[in-house]
Design a protein around this ligand. Structure first.
Ligand SMILES: Nc1nc2c(ncn2[C@@H]2O[C@H](COP(=O)(O)OP(=O)(O)O)[C@@H](O)[C@H]2O)c(=O)[nH]1
Ligand SMILES: Nc1ncnc2c1ncn2[C@@H]1O[C@H](COP(=O)(O)OP(=O)(O)O)[C@@H](O)[C@H]1O
Length: 195
């Protein structure tokens, strides 16, 4: 397991699908020059998705091989698809940046917490059921995937109590501003406010 040095943090954005984890995470990540660790997955890419940008899309056989080789720091199954974070990707990201971020479901977030303790900071992002459903529709997520996500909404919401920080996300700029302030307390980058 990769040993974390002083001031190295793993920032995890979690919460229900459609709550805005990716939008919030990418904005906050840019502010702090954090590197995003992409997951490997066996699910097929959607038309708007690209390999190496949204996920590393791999076959079941490739995933099996990597799992057998013990390459995954955490690995989960959701329905017919598998998702995992490769340990080497985490180590490589720390070589280029002192801080990295990931977007995971609750199960993955708690696995990383158990592995890295205080060095993992979980930000739980949430919004009402009807809002997250509508956002996914507007984003063009296929209806069957939306229904699968919504069937997990309550379960993912239960994760809130377990997370270090929780933010409702209705006004994106507002959410990003609040999380940036909280994260500054950990990273101490001495950000300068600009209009
Ligand atoms: N634990 C864990 N969760 C992941 C990983 N990669 C993605 N996820 C989460 O798995 C869920 C399903 O991913 P998504 O791309 O929406 O696939 P879909 O459910 O097939 O539409 C989302 O909540 C993701 O944030 C991973 O490596 N580990
Ligand atoms: N506060 C917000 N208000 C309106 N739309 C938002 C807000 N936050 C995110 N979105 C949009 O909602 C959709 C889902 O957000 P996304 O970040 O992909 O969610 P997640 O990663 O949690 O599934 C995206 O199209 C995103 O641009």
């Amino acid at each position: 397991m990769y040993e974390l040095k002083d001031r190295e943090y793993i920032i995890v954005f979690t919460g229900p699908d459609g709550s805005g984890r990716k939008a919030v995470a990418d904005a906050v990540g840019q502010t702090f020059h954090m590197v995003k660790v992409l997951s490997h997955t066996t699910r097929a890419p959607r038309p708007a998705e690209a390999d190496g940008q949204d996920y590393h899309f791999i076959t079941e056989e490739q995933y099996d091989r990597m799992e057998r080789n013990g390459e995954f720091l955490e690995s989960i199954r959701l329905g017919a698809s598998r998702y995992g974070i490769r340990e080497e990707d985490v180590a490589n990201c720390f070589r280029t940046s002192g801080c990295l971020y990931l977007i995971l479901n609750c199960e993955g977030a708690s696995i990383l917490k158990k592995l890295y303790g205080d060095r993992v900071v979980r930000f739980f992002i949430y919004a009402d059921r009807s809002v997250v459903e509508e956002r996914q529709r507007a984003k063009g997520i296929p209806e069957d995937a939306i229904q699968a996500h919504m069937s997990r909404y309550e379960q993912e919401m239960e994760c809130q109590a377990d997370c270090e920080h929780a933010y409702e996300n209705y006004d994106l700029a507002h959410t990003v501003f609040d999380i940036t302030n909280t994260l500054e307390g950990y990273l101490k980058r001495e950000l300068v406010e600009r209009d």
